[in-house]
Design a protein around this ligand. Structure first.
Ligand code: ADE
Length: 232
């Protein structure tokens, strides 16, 4: 791998990456700042996409077209969906799928994109394994699981909807960008992985927990990404 795109959606999610990388040069495209430099001897481009699938998709395509990245790692926070997960725990993406695409009147299951072969985009197995190694070292005091990341243009704060995401879509966590990154990576044949630390449980208290735990969870996700870069 020559160049890795390191993405987050919010400032908190990329803050520590920006602090530790070297040789920072900032270039703007489509209103998004891309910062190029090196981190543990890897060439990296760090960016903050903004929230939601459209921002994530556009930013991913810019990383591919203008920065020639060979891989994309997404770091950030998510709402826990898997019952074993608590705030601060980690999900490594086995795959990513949109939970809010819905062409069910045409006979498609929820989450399935019509007229397309793939709607659930597998993460790169080497990066998943690398993330597992990093978690094994860094996550002694909390859980990490490999599972499906569900993405949609909604902040989920509803117990019943979380249950649905778990039972009908087999999700491990829910956030707002991963599947868009994954889909654009698939279209461009770029390997990716999404790493998320839980800021909340996507239930009735999600808004309060998100406000309280986003910085802690963002920093935890960063610790894993940092360890992955060291081990690359
Ligand atoms: N990111 C962090 N928590 C989330 C939630 N509950 N829903 C969507 N995205 C999130």
């Amino acid at each position: 791998i020559k160049t890795i795109g390191l993405m987050g959606a919010m400032d908190e999610e990329i803050a520590l990456l920006l602090q530790v990388m070297e040789g920072n040069e900032e270039i703007k495209h489509a209103g998004v700042s891309f910062i190029t430099g090196t981190l543990h001897n890897s060439k990296v481009v760090v960016c903050r996409s903004g929230v939601g699938k459209v921002n994530a998709a556009a930013t991913t395509q810019i990383l591919v077209d203008r920065f020639n990245v060979d891989a994309i790692w997404f770091t950030g926070v998510a709402g826990a969906v898997h019952p074993d997960l608590n705030i601060g725990d980690i999900v490594i993406s086995s795959s990513c799928q949109q939970h809010d695409i819905d062409a069910s009147p045409l006979g498609y299951e929820k989450g399935v994109i019509p007229y397309q072969e793939v709607s659930d985009y597998p993460a790169d197995p080497r990066f998943v394994a690398l993330a597992q190694e990093a978690c094994a070292l860094k996550c002694s005091d909390h859980h990490y699981i490999v599972g499906k990341v569900l993405s949609g243009d909604q902040f989920v704060a509803d117990y019943h909807y979380v249950a649905l995401l778990r039972e009908t879509m087999n999700g491990a966590c829910v956030e707002m960008e991963g599947a868009a990154v994954a889909q654009v990576c698939y279209m461009n044949q770029i390997p990716y992985v999404v790493l998320r630390s839980m800021s909340d449980k996507a239930d009735g208290t999600a808004d309060v927990n998100f406000a309280e735990f986003t910085v802690m969870a963002s920093n935890r996700s960063y610790q894993i990404i940092n360890e992955m870069l060291e081990r690359l």
